[in-house]
Design a protein around this ligand. Structure first.
Ligand code: ATP
Ligand code: MG
Length: 296
């Protein structure tokens, strides 16, 4: 099973590239799942199909879904009830499972758990992850450190609190530790998957404009500093040859950024995706899939 993680700045075409990647691999006869890690889902619009919160078959070999973060937060809460109750209880914070998903860092933990579930299920040959826009970092890659930080806190409290917890309810401390170990083991499994180029690849989508090129550079640096290789850079919205003044000017301004990206990322696959002149959805994804993968 291979994970294809599609990242990039807001609005550059991540969801379109994720959907088109799913179309491509499923057309090769590979069982593929495309799922959105962006709480502001857009895969339904792009596939032009109403997706649910469970994987649904939308073409031969192709499944897609948009997880419902509130529902996933409740499942997650149920799975790690003991740690979460103890943590929030100790800090005297009352958190309801339905509010839990919107706490900082929690959606990353939930997605890690979800991705791990999909990974160990081994139902698919390819899993394409359409990610949320990144300001500077790829949240999933921070997971091991977020999780480790979280676990260190819990373990740090262990000596002080475990006896008290056990007094409150016999065996409670032990149950907490076992949940902590499970969570850490899952985060480590997913980290090992992400740093293995045979098991995961990260594609960064960008557009040939100053802010986007700068942001991609920072994103790629951050991702690679976590030991994860970005294998491909997609330069989207590239203006085709056209002699009208608007296109000529736009093309001239794009060309230096394209050149810059090509020089900087010589060792990565660079894919140039044309501007299609309008929204890309439904059947037009087949053309995008061709343009994305034809020469790879
Ligand atoms: N090459 C292209 N030519 C024309 N339109 C495009 C192209 N690529 C993407 N689009 C359009 O741009 C818009 C944004 O694309 P998309 O939703 O894939 O971006 P995104 O990076 O996922 O955005 P967000 O960060 O909001 O999730 C969509 O309307 C899409 O149809
Ligand atoms: Mg998107």
């Amino acid at each position: 099973m291979k994970l294809i993680y599609v990242a990039g700045k807001g609005g550059v075409g991540k969801s379109v590239c994720s959907a088109a990647s799913g179309i491509w691999t499923s057309n090769q006869g590979k069982e593929t799942l495309v799922f959105s890690m962006d709480p502001a889902h857009s895969l339904s619009d792009i596939f032009d199909i109403d997706l649910g919160s469970r994987p649904e078959k939308i073409h031969d070999h192709l499944y897609a879904y948009e997880p419902d973060l509130t529902e996933e937060a409740q499942n997650f809460f149920g799975r790690y009830k003991n740690i979460l109750t103890a943590l929030f209880g100790l800090f005297e914070v009352e958190v309801k499972p339905k509010d839990f998903g919107s706490m900082p860092g929690v959606s990353e933990l939930i997605f890690m758990d979800k991705l791990h579930e999909i990974y160990v299920d081994r139902k698919y040959d390819y899993v394409v992850i359409d990610s949320a826009p990144t300001a500077m970092v790829l949240p999933l890659l921070q997971l091991p450190s977020i999780t480790t930080g979280f676990i260190t806190k819990v373990l740090g409290m262990r000596n002080r609190w475990m006896g008290v917890l056990d007094l409150l309810e016999p065996g409670f401390g032990g149950r907490i530790l076992s949940e902590v170990r499970t969570m850490r083991q899952k985060a480590e499994t997913m980290r090992n998957v992400l740093i293995d180029p045979e098991k995961a690849s990260v594609t960064v989508v960008t557009i040939p404009e100053k802010a986007a090129v700068e942001e991609s550079r920072r994103l790629i640096e951050t991702v690679e500093s976590h030991g994860v290789t970005v294998s491909a850079v997609v330069i989207n919205h590239v203006i085709a040859d056209c002699n009208c003044r608007f296109c000529r000017e736009k093309k001239a301004s794009q060309s230096s950024y394209i050149e810059d990206l090509m020089n900087r990322y010589q060792r990565k696959e660079i894919v140039i995706l044309p501007d299609y002149g309008g929204e890309v959805k439904g059947a037009s994804l087949f053309r995008v899939a061709e343009d994305l993968y034809r020469n790879r």
